[in-house]
Design a protein around this ligand. Structure first.
Ligand code: PLP
Length: 426
């Protein structure tokens, strides 16, 4: 694919130079060094606004799925625009609170919540636990009783639909570890008297990620509607309906539904229903709000290929290695020539899986050139690691003509923090 065929409005070329909002990306690279993640405040907040506008008739709570990007400055930007947060761990609860998210806008999913995580979330008075098993429900009941609190829970239903995405990001099929099947969920509602410390007041469904068509959502929500109809007939009061996340975005040539199209498909299904709607988009808000900027260390020409070896690797951006995913490549300075060469862009990590792009036609690249990987704002930094003892990259946030480092590049000292060598090792 030819570079730059799709660009977010807030990442654009002026002349031949790549800009994020009003800041030339090269200027940031010179100040901060490479590699780094670069985020646009405007794109982040506009994506929340788009969903709020599309669904304004039902005034949903938009809980950003913070596993996509959990930088405190990003979270605060979204929270200030009225977003809540969808968390999946005690660590994310800690971050959510550091970012100043009101606990009345925090929902908590995940199949493996520990006692400590459950207690912390109860003490924090989060809005809802999204419960994924009967055993978890029992644990939350016991914890609520210990802490003498009434706790809101919603049941995560697994509707057994195939979202048609990469197998690793499908979560709503019967064989997946997530959620409760519809019959078990129904049974729990019938036995809600067994849970005196809980208010079982919501239903949650999240079927997967990077879903570009409305149809799997509609199939899943129809199944949930059948359950809701039964529950209401039996007199159970459902206050919250959490429709999850999963909205797909453009990485290369996808044609995902817009927020408006999604609303037009979804809202008629729930016409006349008085639920408090919750959505948990992650990728939709964050994906195209960020890029990953690297510098070319070497151009290595072999008989088989041209390799561009960059200073960022799979430890920084693991999506290509993990899912074979595509990130468009934007040179920070275009050379203006029509000639394109074919490259594999790889990192310094000692793994054959350490590639960021394969077989890509790009302008001729040279050592020291800077290139950005597009659509890296979601599941980029948040999935990064220290593999190969590589300090994690810096994160930078741009707003208008201002920018700030919102997470320092890690130092070598950080790499060994908390480690010790016992005397008896010698
Ligand atoms: C990961 C996740 C999301 C967000 O998924 P996206 O595809 O990034 O929108 C929402 N809800 C739950 C429960 C999740 O685990």
């Amino acid at each position: 694919m030819v570079q730059g065929t799709f660009m977010m409005h807030d990442f654009h070329y002026l002349g031949r130079e790549l800009y994020c909002e009003s800041v030339r990306v090269k200027d940031i690279a010179e100040r901060v060094g490479t590699p780094f993640y670069l985020y646009s405040y405007k794109t982040f907040t506009e994506h929340v606004a788009k969903l709020q506008r599309a669904f304004k008739s039902v005034r949903p709570i938009i809980c950003f799925s913070m596993k996509a990007n959990s930088n405190l400055a990003v979270l605060r930007s979204l929270v200030k625009k009225g977003a809540g947060l969808d968390i999946v761990s005690g660590g994310e609860l800690f971050r959510a609170r550091k970012a100043g998210c009101p606990s009345s806008r925090i929902v908590y999913a995940g199949v493996g919540k520990t006692d400590r995580e459950i207690e912390d979330a109860i003490r924090a008075r989060i809005l809802l636990f999204n419960v994924e098993s009967v055993q978890e429900l029992d644990r939350i009941e016991r914890a609520a009783k210990r802490l003498k609190r009434k706790v809101n829970v919603s049941l995560r239903v697994n509707p057994d639909v195939d979202p048609g995405t990469h197998a690793h990001i499908a979560t709503g099929k019967a064989e997946s570890k997530f959620g409760l099947d519809v019959d078990t969920a129904h049974l729990i509602f019938m036995r809600r008297g067994h849970y005196p410390s809980l208010s079982i007041c919501g239903v949650h469904v999240h079927i997967g990620s990077q879903i570009v068509r409305g149809e799997p959502f509609v199939r899943a929500f129809r199944k949930v509607l059948i359950l809701l109809a039964h529950l209401e007939k039996e007199g159970h009061r459902i206050k919250y309906l959490n429709l999850g996340g999963g909205l797909g975005i453009i990485y290369s040539d996808e044609r995902p539904q817009t927020a408006d199209e999604f609303a037009r498909q979804i809202l008629p299904l729930f016409k006349g229903k008085k639920y408090r709607f919750i959505f948990e988009p992650g990728r939709f808000i964050a994906g195209n709000s960020g890029v990953f900027v690297t510098r070319i260390l070497y151009i290595k020409r072999t008989k088989a290929k041209n390799f561009a070896i960059v200073d960022g690797g799979m430890n920084d951006l693991i999506r290509p290695a993990l899912y074979g995913s595509f990130h468009d490549i934007w040179p920070l300075s275009q050379n203006g020539k029509a000639k394109k060469l074919k490259y594999d862009v790889v990192g310094p990590v000692c793994e054959s899986g350490d590639f960021l792009a394969k077989g890509r036609f790009i302008q001729e690249l040279n050592a020291n050139d800077l290139i950005a990987f597009a659509s890296a704002g979601a599941y980029g930094f948040s999935m990064s690691s220290n593999y190969n003892a590589r300090p994690r990259a810096a994160e930078v946030l741009v707003r208008g003509s201002r920018f700030a480092v919102v997470r320092d590049r890690e130092s070598y000292q950080v790499l060994v923090r908390g480690e010790r060598i016992p005397k008896w090792v010698g």
